[in-house]
Design a protein around this ligand. Structure first.
Ligand code: HEC
Ligand code: HEC
Ligand code: HEC
Ligand code: HEC
Ligand code: HEC
Length: 451
């Protein structure tokens, strides 16, 4: 693929840092960081320590370490006899693949960390996106680190340039993220559609919000720790969302807190308890008010969002829905009223599967994204309401909106096939979204909704 740089693996490890010293007294710019040394994130730390630390705690840095990824990749290779062997690593360890250091990801653990995961170089060497899914990113491999700064100072040890693909003020920047955040399986199922969803939403319209506007918070500061570096807009590289590291990893605690904070603010919800001619009901409304795509998005085949509702009378539970136990898959709950948001994947012969490389067709249930900012447009309201029939008049109703990045139907299966360490299952979070936690009591009365 593209220019294949012949790499001597050890050269990455011994890339000379002395040559990239930050307090270089020499007046004229010296380009000392080139070739393989530019591919190693550790060589960016001396000057871009903030971007380095944030990235080091991101799922991009974790993409090839993730034990669930490793387990699924291993199983995919075994069960498909190596057909489409490079499918997964093409996004989870793109440098390793493009440098020819791996063919199928089976040797990732032996490769230097510099080529595992979605690295600095992979994003910053990109100069074109030649499609909409499955990582069609072209690398220039010309030693230029592309970013959002129009006039990078001359004292860089590498070359630098502004690029609309890397400037979150430009809508094109979403195509860089979207290149990987949109996955079509070898059998043609569009299993991750984040980019497609964004394109069809309000947020891709002129003057609206690119991926980076929401996922890379801006702040002021020097972009590099060198003398004379001016104040720039810096962009957060930690990109938390739903998924977290489940093995020891840099900044895991902060990652969990950041995910919780974001999820708490994502939805707007409403709970109404009403008397109707047909009896008492609870109406639950979920509005995907703040995500720039559907919710959940991305790996929605493994992701689960559900509503838990309990109705009480005199301290007794008279109705429940979505009462998913710890360590039990949400989809296994026998509950005719269960409101479960997720994708379901099906094979070519119509069998449901969570081994997504087998998927030929997807059924989706997600909360839609905003498509218009015009309140007079009938499509303005995009919230979804479910009605729960209650067997009797309650005196208290509680509600929670819960989410798992991955659920135990997939994870238990990977443990059974011997690909995943069962000890990791305890590390899988179940998030409660603050905006979805509501409690109605009879004092509030039937006339008012909780929102
Ligand atoms: C010796 C210090 C130093 C090292 C090491 C270094 N850089 Fe830089 N880098 C700079 C300076 C200085 C700038 C310009 C900052 C400015 O103009 O505000 C810069 C700018 C950048 C930009 C922005 C370019 C633009 O025009 O938007 C990117 C991207 C970048 N560096 C990536 C990297 C990566 C990736 C590494 C590691 C492989 C790295 N740098 C290593 C000093 C360094
Ligand atoms: C080379 C492919 C690639 C590119 C380009 C890319 N990503 Fe990612 N991204 C990934 C992979 C792979 C993961 C998941 C890693 C894992 O969970 O194992 C991920 C994870 C994420 C997550 C965390 C998802 C979660 O569930 O927690 C966010 C947010 C994210 N990326 C946003 C972005 C944004 C914004 C951009 C553009 C600036 C971008 N990505 C560019 C491949 C990519
Ligand atoms: C998923 C893609 C991606 C990865 C991985 C990534 N960056 Fe960036 N980086 C960006 C984008 C996009 C911007 C520009 C945002 C803007 O200006 O709107 C950026 C901006 C920068 C800048 C300019 C200053 C700033 O904060 O805007 C520097 C320096 C930088 N990155 C360094 C790094 C280093 C060092 C690493 C690895 C440790 C890294 N990046 C990993 C996408 C990435
Ligand atoms: C208007 C703001 C906004 C825009 C634009 C946006 N996102 Fe998001 N994104 C969110 C919010 C809010 C969430 C949910 C909160 C969370 O996951 O922590 C989210 C969640 C995600 C997730 C986690 C998947 C999940 O299950 O929800 C990924 C991956 C992601 N976004 C990637 C992207 C990419 C790629 C783009 C551009 C194509 C993009 N986002 C555009 C706000 C935005
Ligand atoms: C086109 C790029 C792309 C390809 C190909 C790809 N992934 Fe991913 N993968 C991503 C992105 C982006 C995310 C993050 C999505 C999110 O969190 O919403 C992700 C997330 C994941 C996750 C964590 C979230 C989850 O539960 O699914 C696992 C595990 C994973 N991928 C495994 C694989 C395996 C195994 C393959 C090959 C069969 C594969 N991926 C192929 C881009 C890709």
């Amino acid at each position: 693929m593209r220019t294949r740089v012949a790499v001597v693996v050890s050269a990455l490890a011994v890339a000379s840092l002395a040559a990239t010293s930050c307090d270089n007294d020499e007046p004229e710019p010296k380009i000392t960081l080139t070739g393989q040394a530019l591919m190693d994130p550790n060589n960016c730390l001396p000057c871009h320590d903030e971007q380095f630390r944030e990235w080091s705690s991101s799922m991009h840095a974790y993409a090839a370490e993730d034990p669930v990824f490793v387990a699924m990749n291993k199983r995919m290779l075994r069960e498909t006899n190596g057909a489409s062997a490079d499918f997964c690593v093409g996004c989870h360890a793109p440098m390793a693949l493009r440098l020819g250091l791996t063919k199928d990801g089976s040797n990732l653990a032996e490769l230097p960390t510099a080529v595992r995961g979605v690295t600095c170089y992979f994003c910053h060497a990109a100069d074109a996106v030649e499609g909409t899914h499955n990582n069609p990113i072209r690398l220039a491999d010309d030693g230029v680190m592309r970013g959002g700064i129009r006039d990078p100072i001359a004292s860089m040890p590498h070359r630098g340039a502004h690029s609309p693909l890397h400037d979150r003020e430009s809508p094109e920047s979403s195509t860089l993220c979207g290149a990987c955040h949109d996955v079509v399986t070898p059998h043609g199922a569009h299993i991750e559609r984040t980019f497609d969803e964004w394109k069809n939403s309000l947020y891709s319209q002129p003057g609206q919000l690119s991926c980076g506007k929401c996922h890379m918070d801006g702040r002021d500061g020097p972009a590099a720790l060198v003398d004379g570096a001016p104040v720039r807009k810096l962009h957060d590289h930690s990109m938390p969302a739903v998924d977290v590291a489940i093995t020891p990893f840099f900044g895991v605690e902060a990652q969990r807190e950041a995910v919780q904070r974001l999820l708490d603010q994502t939805l707007v919800t409403k709970l109404c308890v009403k008397q109707t001619p047909l009896g008492v009901v609870a109406d639950v409304t979920l509005d995907n008010a703040f995500a720039g795509h559907e919710f959940p998005s991305g790996a929605a085949q493994d992701r689960r969002v559900w509503v838990e509702l309990f109705a009480y009378r005199g301290g007794e539970v008279i109705f429940s829905s979505g009462a998913v136990e710890d360590r039990k898959p949400a989809a296994a709950l026998e509950d005719p009223n269960l409101w479960l948001l997720r994708d379901k994947n099906f094979t070519t012969d119509g069998r449901e599967t969570h081994l997504f490389w087998e998927a030929a067709r997807v059924e989706e249930e997600q909360l839609p994204a905003a498509v218009t900012a015009d309140p007079l447009d009938p499509r303005f309201i995009h919230s979804v309401t479910r009605t729960y029939p209650l067997p009797a008049v309650p005196d208290r109703v509680t509600m929670r909106v819960r989410m798992r990045p991955l659920d135990f139907d997939l994870l238990d299966d990977l443990v059974r096939s011997g690909d995943l360490d069962p000890a990791l299952l305890d590390k899988i979070p179940t998030w409660n979204l603050a905006s979805g936690t509501r409690e109605w009591t009879s004092e509030i009365g039937f006339a008012r909704c909780l929102d």
